[in-house]
Design a protein around this ligand. Structure first.
Ligand code: ATP
Ligand code: MG
Length: 360
């Protein structure tokens, strides 16, 4: 069986370091591993519209931002197909058929949808499209016969939903769709990187992000204001690591070589953590170190972005070509789906012969 990747992001803002450690970094590694037959990276504008119906301009403006962030991180159009969801009408058609295989109560139980509804204060006025987006995500994944979906932890319920739809479809209409596997980050801190406020996950919609394209000074200010251990007041106080965002970020980004470069008194992160919990290590010193680490990680990304920013025509051309290719693949799957469901009336000579016989 072919090894195929599908993943994507909503164009609701520029991408942030949570996206980077949760999914983007992995995608680039997988792309460069040469182990995959096809890689599809989708800008999920139609999904973004499900909770931004009154603000299509936000979505329209952010398509290029997400594309620039992709290219900046090292996704390459020669190796990965970058495309825009709304330009592939077959995805909507697939979702429409999958809707019949899912119950309302099953969607209501989806924990990610539940928490997103709360976060957006939808209460009882949930847009139907938003409520159904896990089904549309199943359409996106299966349209490309994806075997692997590299995403953050919040996407686990979506993958479960997709698998259920695949099983149900195949059992009702015969083997047609491929069941995908989720690929979560190995590093626990990257599963759901918290925002700089230390509260919820870093999310474009919550304004608690460090963006990949942000200027160094902005990043430094955000890091210096980050949430740590509120009871660690004086340098001598013993500090807590649990819920301490600065250490979570170090878990996500730090490599031993950064100690040699920026903080040679310690050999590795464990030594730094031990000192912090013993007491005698101030937050400012740890934050300055984290700033050096993040600046080092983000500098090449920012530079590459600046190059692509000079050639916006080329970036749109990449998305157009990618969307054309994606449409061909999705059309093939939709064709298979309609054949399996036997809603291919005009390509079904058996059906026509049967009906003729009925009236002879
Ligand atoms: P929105 O607030 O509009 O939903 P978002 O910041 O949650 O935006 P998405 O586009 O929904 O971003 O998510 C894109 C991908 O990034 C998904 O695979 C998701 O799991 C991953 N991701 C998003 N935020 C984080 C995070 N804080 N930590 C790890 N992975 C994340
Ligand atoms: Mg999200």
């Amino acid at each position: 069986m072919k090894k195929i990747i599908l993943t994507g992001d909503r164009p609701t803002g520029k991408l942030h370091v949570g996206h980077y450690v949760g999914s983007l970094k992995r995608r680039v590694e997988l792309q460069n591993s040469g182990e995959y037959d096809d890689i599809y990276i989708m800008i999920a504008d139609a999904q973004a519209l499900t909770d931004n119906a009154d603000n299509p301009e936000k979505v329209r403006q952010n398509i290029i931002e997400v594309a620039l962030d992709y290219l900046a991180c090292g996704l390459e159009p020669e190796k990965s197909t970058l495309f825009i969801q709304s330009q592939i009408p077959q995805l909507t058609e697939l979702a429409f058929y999958y809707m019949n295989l899912v119950t309302v109560s099953r969607l209501q139980r989806n924990p990610t949808v539940k928490s997103e509804i709360k976060m957006r204060n939808f209460e009882t006025s949930i847009p139907v499209g938003f409520f159904c987006y896990p089904i549309s995500q199943a359409a996106d994944i299966t349209a490309f016969q994806a075997t692997v979906v590299p995403v953050g932890e919040d996407q686990l319920p979506m993958l479960e939903q997709t698998k259920e739809i695949v099983r149900k479809f195949n059992s009702v209409y015969g083997e047609t769709l491929v069941e995908p596997e989720i690929l979560l980050p190995d590093n626990e801190a990257c599963l759901r990187l918290p925002g700089i406020d230390g509260k919820a996950k870093m999310s474009k919609s919550l304004g608690n992000c460090i963006y990949l394209s942000e200027e160094p000074e902005e990043i430094r200010k955000k890091i210096m204001s980050m949430y740590t251990d509120p009871e660690h007041i004086r340098v001598e106080d013993p500090g807590k690591l649990e819920g301490n965002t600065v250490f979570t970020y170090l878990d996500a980004f730090c490599k031993d070589e950064y100690f040699a470069e920026f903080l040679p008194e310690y050999a590795n992160l464990q030594e730094l953590k031990d000192h912090y919990t013993r007491g005698g290590l101030g937050d400012v010193k740890v934050k300055k170190f984290l700033n050096n680490v993040i600046q080092t990680e983000l500098e090449p990304i920012r530079k590459r972005r600046q190059e692509y920013q000079k050639n916006i025509d080329y970036v749109y051309e990449i998305l157009k070509k990618g969307s054309e290719k994606a449409e061909q693949v999705a059309a093939q799957t939709l064709n298979d789906v309609k054949n399996s469901m036997k809603i291919n009336y005009f390509q079904d000579p058996e059906l026509i012969a049967e009906q003729k016989k009925k009236y002879q």
